[in-house]
Design a protein around this ligand. Structure first.
Ligand code: GLU
Length: 554
């Protein structure tokens, strides 16, 4: 046996499979020409970041639009940063936003033939590949301690040379296989490094699916591929996984561009074809006139849980993210008012490159559109689901009667130009609480915003007339005509022009009368359509409220 084989055997006595065995175990996928295989590869280190949801959305769309497949792989090799339970949480948050998986790690189980889909369960695969690399002198054990590496770094800084474990500074790359074997037999601890053949003074041209060709310095660092805990590093693990899982397009944040030469070098060393790489722009935020990355620490909208807790409809959040991904999406929505990103043809080539600014106003716009187009029944059911988790006060109102709640939500809905009061479920409560008697009483307990120029007694007279004369069976238009008649009787002009021409003759105009009614029934100058409110409240409740106001004014 040659010395490298002996070294590999000494390090991995348990690994008996070959690369060919692995290739057989994970054969090419049987997909139609042009179908893309994409993946989302989060680390279980905390909540789902808005930028990660963006990446997952792009990956899924790239797969789906091409008739391909989208899977999830959990990159859990950094055991120190792992937060227990966050893997499951990521899956359930993705599902809330409709990002479902064809294959992969599903929280409690894996589905698919290319697993395991958790890197911590794939050690034997990585070791098989590393054993091959050592046998072929493409990787080697490094015995340098962290103190020695510190000394090296300081020395490099003092000499003003590029820091890192490379070339002549990579002392262990010069150990013979026999020397390495002797050290291991002596019990020395070690990591495994990849033997780079690059030169940082040379440039390599790499194709990015969004940016086109990028010219970038070659890698020459002998990076660690297997840590002393027996787990691989990201650079190496993702290469192995994307190869054996047959990923065709890697979508990931642009922060990975600088390490792309490392990844390409490993693919080449193994004789594997690298997938296409699409490095996505980061989502930015404007602060004091300059752009910065959306920050986990500073920005609540950096975590998708913010949108869930505040009750934004997931469809709106996804539409918003799609508008960042492809600038033609917004134009498309003008004809596609359901904001269903599944129906939109996404194009990696249309991705804008300058980091998109997070724009809450635009999200609000999309969210109002999305909610306005839901049926009252659907909105009732989605907002109830949300209220159960996040709003006891709204839930209390809903629980007083599902039908009544739905009737309220149905006001000015299911029509050509629906009302757009709500951007999120958390907006509902304050808009509708006046429909509930006890809340109404609270809302009108303060001084009411009646027009100062109208005498209180005139207000009362009008309300008294209204109680007697209002006809609840009319449609909206004829109701308004008869409201004018009631108002006229109480001394209000039929329109503003008439009133202006004869200020002394009238108490006010019809608009004033309608405002009086509105304030008396809702406590506020702003409300949905008055006729619809009367219909929902019904004569008994309306009369009760108006009598209460008359009493209050006297
Ligand atoms: N685990 C890496 C991350 O969370 C994934 C990058 C990739 O998609 O390859 O950033």
């Amino acid at each position: 046996m040659d010395a490298y084989k002996q070294l590999a055997e000494l390090i991995f006595p348990d690994i008996q499979e070959s690369l060919e065995d692995l290739e057989k175990k994970y054969p090419p996928r049987n997909l139609k020409e042009g179908a893309q295989v994409t993946r989302f590869a989060p680390s279980p280190t905390g909540f789902l970041h808005t930028g990660s949801l963006f990446t997952a959305m792009v990956a899924k769309k790239t797969a789906k639009d091409s008739g391909g497949l989208f899977y999830l792989r959990l990159e859990d090799t950094d055991t120190k940063r792992e937060i227990s339970g966050s893997g499951e949480q990521l899956i359930s948050q993705l599902a809330e936003f409709g990002v479902t998986l064809d294959e992969g790690y599903l929280g409690d189980r894996d589905i698919g033939h290319y697993g395991p889909y958790r890197q911590s369960k794939r050690a034997y695969i990585y070791k098989t590949v590393i054993k091959y690399l050592i046998e072929n002198n493409l990787a080697y054990p490094c015995f340098c301690s962290s103190e020695e590496l510190d000394v090296l770094r300081k020395m490099q800084e003092a000499q003003k040379v590029v820091p890192g474990y490379y070339g002549r500074y990579a002392t262990c790359r010069y150990l013979s296989a026999e020397e390495a074997i002797a050290k291991i037999k002596n019990g020395a601890s070690y990591v495994i490094r990849f033997r780079s053949s690059g030169d940082h003074l040379r440039k390599t041209v790499i194709k990015d699916l969004i940016r086109g060709e990028i010219s970038i310095a070659e890698n020459d660092i002998d990076i660690v591929i297997l840590k002393s805990d027996g787990l691989p590093t990201y650079h190496f693990a993702h290469v192995v996984d994307d190869h054996f899982m047959h990923t065709t397009v890697v979508t990931r944040g642009e922060e990975w561009i600088s390490s792309l030469p490392i990844h390409i070098e490993i693919f080449n060393a193994l004789g594997w074809q690298a997938p296409g790489y699409a490095h996505l722009p980061l989502i930015m935020k404007m602060e004091n006139g300059s752009k910065r990355k959306l920050s986990k620490r500073k920005d609540q909208e950096a975590a998708v849980s913010y949108f869930i807790e505040d009750g934004y409809p997931p469809r709106a959040v996804m539409a918003y993210l799609m508008s960042i991904a492809n600038s033609n999406f917004e134009e498309w929505t003008e004809e596609n008012k359901m904001y269903d990103i599944d129906k939109f043809t996404f194009n990696l080539n249309k991705m804008s490159l300058d980091g998109a600014l997070f724009d809450l106003d635009k999200l609000t716009f999309f969210a109002k559109e999305v909610i306005a187009r839901m049926s009252a029944h659907r909105l009732a059911s989605l907002s109830k689901k949300w209220a159960i988790n996040y709003s006891p006060e709204l839930l209390d109102l809903i629980n007083r009667g599902a039908e009544y709640y739905e009737e309220i939500l149905n006001i000015e809905r299911e029509k050509e130009n629906p009302r757009k009061d709500f951007a999120k479920y958390s907006d509902i409560y304050s808009h509708i609480r006046f429909f509930y008697h006890d809340h109404y009483l609270n809302l009108v307990s303060d001084v009411l915003p009646f027009n100062e120029r109208i005498d209180r007694s005139k207000i009362s007279n009008f309300l008294k007339d209204f109680i007697i004369e209002n006809d609840y069976s009319q449609d909206n238009d004829s109701w308004f005509t008869s409201l004018k008649a009631i108002a006229l009787k109480s001394g209000f002009a039929n329109n503003n022009k008439e009133y202006k021409a004869n200020l002394d003759k009238f108490v006010g105009h019809i608009g004033d009368a309608a405002e009086i009614l509105r304030i008396s029934l809702t406590g506020s100058k702003n409300s949905p359509n008055l006729w619809a409110i009367l219909k929902v409240l019904g004569k008994d409740e309306v009369d009760l409220r108006l009598k209460y106001i008359i009493e209050k004014l006297s």
